[in-house]
Each structure stands twice: as structure tokens, then as C-alpha cells.
Write a protein that binds this ligand. Structure first.
Ligand code: ZN
Length: 208
């Protein structure tokens, strides 16, 4: 991919997220207890099939270009719930099967519902927002235990702060997003008298 096409993909994705009000600026209390000035909720983008299709088609085109392959995968799979919609739409963009893995009671992920992945298949693991990459990483672990060797990963938003939180497998994303966060006691937004108190995303109508 050229630098300009990566930039165009990121700009188009950010614009789609803003259109869907999925990318919020403000003063947020994260589930970790930290405070942040930004919040991204990809489900708000994915609720609009046209926007989701547009972002996934552009991401798939970028991946095909990067791999110099028209059909680089046989199946797309993501961890439920986060990746169910994204994985489905990305599978459509590649013209392949779209599955999801579910959390097992004993930890990790499993395939249910008669879903199957063959060891020889080329698999793309999809997660809408990659923060630590933990859930997608657990799906990678499940696939390796099934004998799958050709594994890549893809996200709409990479907010991990790293170019590839998966290390040894290829990782493609539509955009990188930096989300600086602080312990409450060190939050510069709390120190700013112009800014209201931190709110939990979703705790106010219109914010989720
Ligand atoms: Zn704060």
C-alpha cells in the first residue's frame, strides 16, 4: 500500500465513524477507571449497513493491494460479540465465509453452531477495535490448536498504540487512533475548570 492510500483509508474511516457519532470527544470515565478525552464505539458505525459495507470494502481493497492477492483468505472469523457484525461484513467484502467464535465457560474461545475451520484454510481474524488484542489473540490461539497455520488479523480501529499488537501474524487496520488516558488523580481534563466531570460513555442520551 502506498502512504497516500493508507492515509485515504484512515481519513475515510474516521469520517464514517464521525458520521455515525462513533468517535466521541469529551471527558470519559473508562471501564478501567482511567479518564480519557476520546471514546470510540464501533458498534455505532456498524449499526449502519451502508457505512459498514463502505469501510469493510475499502479495508478489503487495501489488504488485497498489500498482499498483491485477489483472494488472500478462505474464511473470516472474529470473537463474539464485538466482531460479529464486522466479521460478517468483512467476509462479504472478501467473498468468503464469515464465522464467529464464542467465549468458553472454562476460558478462551470455541466454535459452536456447527462452524468449522479446516487446518489448511487461510484465516483472517477480525476484531472491530483492537485495544490490547486479547480477545482476537485468544481466537488465534484456538485456531492454532486446531492446526491452522495461515492466520492474519484485521481491525477497523487500532488503538493499541502499537503497529502490530499480534507480533508474529500480519495485521491490517483501517485506521490508528491514539486515545491518551490517565489515572483520575492525574487527569488534565479534571484539572480544567472549563470541562465538566468525566462521564461513562453511554450514560447520557446520545452517547454510547
Ligand atoms: Zn478526568
Amino acid at each position: 500500500m502506498t502512504a497516500s492510500s493508507i492515509e485515504a483509508l484512515a481519513e475515510n474511516t474516521a469520517s464514517a465513524l464521525r458520521t455515525a457519532e462513533a468517535l466521541l470527544e469529551g471527558h470519559f470515565l473508562l471501564s478501567s477507571g482511567r479518564h480519557a478525552g476520546r471514546y470510540v464505539q464501533c458498534a455505532k458505525l456498524l449499526q449502519y449497513p451502508e457505512l459498514a459495507a463502505q469501510v469493510c470494502a475499502q479495508l478489503a481493497a487495501a489488504v488485497r493491494q498489500a498482499r498483491a492477492e485477489e483472494q488472500p483468505f478462505d474464511v473470516v472469523i472474529g470473537p463474539a460479540m464485538g466482531a460479529v457484525t464486522f466479521g460478517y461484513e468483512l467476509a462479504r467484502a472478501f467473498g468468503v465465509r464469515g464465522l464467529f467464535a464464542e467465549r468458553a465457560a472454562e476460558g478462551g474461545f470455541v466454535l459452536r453452531r456447527g462452524f468449522q475451520v479446516e487446518a489448511g484454510e487461510r484465516v483472517l481474524v477480525a476484531e472491530d477495535v483492537v485495544t490490547t488484542g486479547k480477545s482476537a489473540g485468544e481466537v488465534v490461539h484456538m485456531l492454532r490448536a486446531m492446526g491452522v497455520q495461515n492466520i492474519s488479523a484485521a481491525a477497523i480501529v487500532n488503538r493499541s498504540g502499537s503497529a502490530n499488537p499480534f507480533g508474529d501474524i500480519p495485521f491490517y487496520r483501517a485506521m490508528d487512533l491514539e486515545v491518551p488516558s490517565w489515572p483520575a488523580a492525574q487527569c488534565p481534563l479534571c484539572a480544567d475548570p472549563q470541562v465538566g466531570p468525566a462521564i461513562k460513555p453511554g450514560s447520557r442520551p446520545g452517547l454510547n
